[in-house]
Design a protein around this ligand. Structure first.
Ligand code: FAD
Length: 324
């Protein structure tokens, strides 16, 4: 068992592997743990031996795998119970989770159970001179960034947004692996699955090298953007207006509430460039913007700008690329 005060990372399972954000956090948490002078522990909950072995290659001092054949999918109450038990026994100083749907669900519940603080949706982490973890959260539409610490309770629970840290490379020397086999019965689950209907392939814009992003100015015609994205090998993203209008899925939202992306190229069509949106593209290598308003703030974030109606510009581009 790792000594009290360790830095723990919850590695969320997804299918046979892990959510990319969990590995991103684990990679970054190494420097956090070193700065705090604490060991680094990765905790995962699920079924099967392969995934914990894979996790052991990402630099933690120890991997704790809570493993049981019944733990094939996330269950709010059961996962909270299992994590609470592990955390109470190990008494870590920090618990980091991905700001995914399940990660946020768990983080809030654990913070209440353990009577500790939760810093949600951080975009960066640092250790201050007093050796406290500071989670930075953008607020007031990006106008300020607040540094949040949890000085009096532990663990300091922090959820981290996907895509803010780079994915680590696996290492050759694996971590120590500790298996925990909880005594579970079927009735331990808070909910019972009656049927399962997959919603289809999900998209992860944090992995895309090329993005074509549409805003209100597309007027909902995302088929036009799809054609362009297809030709340049990209994915389609959207502003909040576009996802709130139901023009594309919510998971394609880029920005403060959506995802922080770092594509090599981002083509932004008919988006004004609100700061809540531009935080999601500020790590892009090259930004091209089309807007019919020459004063639109998006041009401040763009490397190349076109003033005009996006429809004929995109159609012409699609035609020329199609010929090429
Ligand atoms: C707490 C909070 C969090 C938020 N999080 C997010 C977030 O994560 N992501 C996000 O996107 N927003 C977010 N928002 C909303 C954000 O503030 C903006 O309202 C939103 O980004 C605007 O979307 P838009 O640019 O598509 O629409 P608009 O601001 O309405 O801009 C539309 C633009 O399209 C241009 N246009 C119109 N027609 C054409 C045309 N035919 N050709 C070319 N240009 C055209 C217009 O000139 C205009 O500049 C958040 C807001 C809050 C308060």
């Amino acid at each position: 068992m790792t000594a009290p005060g360790a830095v723990w990372v919850y590695a969320e399972r997804h299918g046979g592997s892990f959510r990319p954000v969990s590995l991103e956090i684990l990679g970054h948490a190494r420097s956090v743990a070193d700065a705090l002078g604490a060991p680094l522990v990765a905790l995962t909950v699920g079924s099967g031996e392969t995934a914990p072995k894979e996790l052991a290659r990402y630099g933690a001092d120890e991997v704790v795998a809570v493993d049981h054949p019944l733990l094939v999918r996330y269950d709010t109450k059961l996962f909270t119970d299992l994590l609470e038990k592990e955390l109470r026994e190990a008494d870590p100083s920090v618990l980091l989770l991905g700001a995914t749907r399940d990660g946020q669900d768990l983080a809030g519940r654990l913070a209440v159970r353990l009577r500790t603080g939760l810093t949600a949706h951080v975009t960066s982490l640092e250790v201050d001179p007093e050796k406290r973890l500071v989670g930075w959260v953008p607020g007031f539409g990006g106008g300020i960034e607040a540094g949040v610490v949890c000085p009096n309770r532990r663990p300091a629970i922090v959820t981290v947004r996907p895509g803010v840290f780079p994915a680590p490379e696996p290492r050759s020397s694996p971590s120590a692996l500790r298996r925990v086999r909880p005594p579970l019965e079927d009735h331990a689950f808070g909910a019972h699955r009656v049927a399962f209907e997959p919603k289809g392939a999900s998209v992860d814009l944090t992995r895309s090298e090329v993005l074509v992003v549409g805003g209100r100015g597309t007027d909902g015609d995302f088929a036009r953007l799809q054609r362009l994205a297809h030709l340049i090998g990209g994915e389609v993203g959207a502003t909040r207006v576009a996802t709130d209008s139901g023009w594309v899925e919510r998971e394609r939202m880029v920005g403060q509430t959506g995802v922080v992306t770092h594509p090599k190229v981002a083509v932004i069509l008919g988006a004004s460039g609100a700061v809540q949106f531009t935080v999601g593209i500020e790590k892009a290598g090259f930004v091209i913007a089309v807007n019919r308003d020459p004063d639109a703030p998006i041009f401040e974030a763009a490397d190349l700008g076109f003033v005009g109606d996006l429809a004929p510009i995109v159609d012409k581009l699609v035609a020329q690329l199609g010929e090429a």
